[in-house]
Design a protein around this ligand. Structure first.
Ligand code: PEP
Ligand code: MN
Length: 572
């Protein structure tokens, strides 16, 4: 097999290509565009070009070639190669560091040795050449002791030069990423030896100059769990201040998630060029676990995933050390909203001391009126995480929209899908993909069947850790906020293997009902309770009327665990 390379024999491109295919023949080319031409007109079966260096970043000459070279679909990327790059300063026999006045090399190589050269040869002239090995050849031909080249160690032997200093690159981890390509109609190249094969895909995207377009384009990948590996922008030469974006993602276009993401990007962008899906170099790459296949691509199961028949003994859901569906009921407690740092820390301390198992608190609040307090957002999430650090209580908090799943999942141990969002299927899918356990509240107007199907969305998307929460439904009765549906608790436990808890606070809307309803729920088979607790309920920023004060919460704990001392979880 013949592979076109930029540079001559002994160049890093040649060594890199041989790292993948040891026996190959190389066709040296002067410039990157000559490598492309050699493959297009059939003088070589494949081409190999450097695309990125770990010290100095992108090889822009390669990037700038890609659209023209690949735009008509005649070429496709096939492999990625990572190659460790160590540089040697070499000169003709008899030369010393003191005799050197000019150093020749490829500008990329000089860039990787800038600090060493500045320190050891501060006064020399640095001269750009077309190739590292080519510079060694020039130095050998000239035989002048004032000349030196920066190239790979073996180039010194090839050209009869002596190494004056080795490993002069500015960081020992220095490496370059190369990409190989063939004509699109060519047969597949031999695969790498052994090991699992992983793919990356590179595309060029041209987007319109409109607010949010780049974010929208990248979201197409992110929301489907496709990992973005690199993003590079290069100026559009004939249209100043507009850019092409080069996107590298994990996976192959044969993965349904990536194919779907690309379809969306193609619909959004002014132009998309798919450069190809290519075999990734696994060792040293930061590849992530491939995302599970999306639920809507999988066959409908004969028995729904939520069905009790699938796990007659019942499923346990673990949130850190807390187990839903285990022997003991789980008590989740906390304010409706996180109101301030001091307030959530004080409440969390009291809940931990009294014997709560988990901390709740809304940072993103679904309020009926847009003028009401909407929550502290990410600051509230941070305070919750601080409260967890102090008390050891795992944190559950509501996520309102799919855009916020990533940030909420970053701070919380469990994501709450609220009653208003129970059938927000995009949110259910995104929450599932976060991998965090999900607390799925029943919608106030949702049937049991609709509730279970909402849970099915989460399971079908690949996340098995769902806890259901009955929180009251809307009936004709106005004396209470909602009506606690204990029928549902009993029936749902018969229908599904998922753990079921009850939120008596939102069901009743009145604090005096919360303890009796909570105890009734446990008697009916709920495996836990979620209650709103506030140190000063009458001054709460939301849901004060239904919030227990601290003595009332202590009373609930005593009645759930009669005769037992409050369980203290405070680390101090
Ligand atoms: C809450 O838990 O604060 C909340 C808003 O609950 P729900 O979605 O049940 O109304
Ligand atoms: Mn509330």
């Amino acid at each position: 097999m013949r592979v076109a390379i930029q540079g001559t024999h002994g160049s890093f491109s040649e060594a890199a290509a041989r790292r993948r295919w040891p026996g190959l023949e190389t066709l040296p080319c002067r410039e990157a565009k000559d490598v492309v031409a050699a493959v297009r007109d059939g003088r070589a079966e494949a081409g190999c070009l450097p695309i990125e260096n770990s010290l100095i970043g992108s090889v822009t000459t390669t990037y700038d070639l890609l659209e023209e070279a690949f735009g008509d679909g005649a070429l496709r990327l096939t492999h990625e190669i990572l190659y460790p790059v160590h540089h040697t300063l070499m000169a003709a026999p008899g030369a010393t560091l003191e005799s050197i006045k000019r150093v020749l090399s490829h500008p990329v190589a000089l860039g990787q040795c800038r600090e060493w050269l500045a320190r050891h040869l501060p006064d020399v002239e640095l001269v750009s050449a077309w190739d590292t090995a080519g510079s060694a050849e020039i130095v050998a031909q000239e035989g002048n002791p004032a000349l030196a080249a920066v190239a790979a160690r073996h180039a010194a032997d090839t050209h009869g030069l002596v190494p004056l200093a080795e490993r002069i690159e500015d960081d020992p981890s220095n490496q370059t990423r190369f990409l190989t390509f063939t004509r699109s109609d060519a047969a597949a190249l031999p695969p790498a030896k052994g090991g699992a094969t992983r793919y990356k895909t590179s595309v060029i995207v041209l987007i319109d100059h409109k607010p949010g377009m780049l974010a929208l384009t990248l979201q197409a990948f992110g929301v489907r769990g496709v990992n973005l590996m690199a993003l590079q922008s290069r100026p559009e030469r004939s249209a100043p201040w507009t850019y092409r974006f080069y996107v590298d993602v994990d996976g192959s276009t044969t993965d349904p998630r990536l194919a779907e993401a690309l379809e969306e990007v193609e619909a959004l962008a002014a132009r998309v060029v798919v450069l190809g899906s290519y075999e990734a170099w696994i060792e040293g790459s930061r590849l992530s676990a491939p995302p599970p296949t999306p639920a809507h691509y999988t066959k409908k199961p004969d028995v729904p995933l939520v069905d009790r028949k699938r796990a007659p003994e019942g499923t346990r859901v673990e949130v850190r050390h807390v187990v839903f569906g285990g022997e003991a009921p789980v008590l989740i407690a906390g304010p409706c909203s996180v109101e301030s740092e001091a307030m959530i820390l004080e409440t969390a301390d009291a809940i931990a001391k009294t014997g709560g198992d988990m901390l709740r608190g809304g940072a993103y609040k679904p309020r009926t009126s847009p003028y009401d307090f909407q929550g502290l957002g990410v600051k509230g999430l941070r305070y919750l995480a601080d409260a967890r650090e102090r008390t050891g209580l795992p944190v559950v908090t509501e996520v309102l929209s799919w855009e916020e799943v990533a940030v909420v999942a970053h701070f919380a141990d469990m994501l709450q899908i609220g009653a208003r969002n129970m059938q927000n299927f995009t949110l259910l899918r995104a929450a599932s993909r976060s991998g965090k356990p999900i607390l799925l509240k029943r919608g106030a107007g949702a049937t049991i069947e609709e509730w279970l199907m909402a849970a099915e969305y989460i399971l079908a998307e690949g996340n098995p850790n769902v806890v259901l929460c009955e929180r009251g439904i809307r009936t004709f009765e106005r004396a209470t906020r909602h009506t606690l549906d204990l029928n549902a608790v009993v029936l749902v436990r018969q229908r599904t293997h998922l753990p079921v808890i009850v939120d008596p606070s939102h069901a009743a809307g009145l604090r005096s009902l919360v303890v009796p309803l909570g105890l009734g729920s446990l008697a009916a088979g709920a495996c836990g309770l979620l209650v709103e607790v506030h140190p000063d309920p009458d001054r709460a920023m939301s849901d004060g009327a239904q919030s227990l004060d601290l003595p009332m919460f202590a009373e609930l704990v005593r009645r759930v665990y009669p005769g037992k001392e409050p369980r203290s979880r405070l680390a101090v």
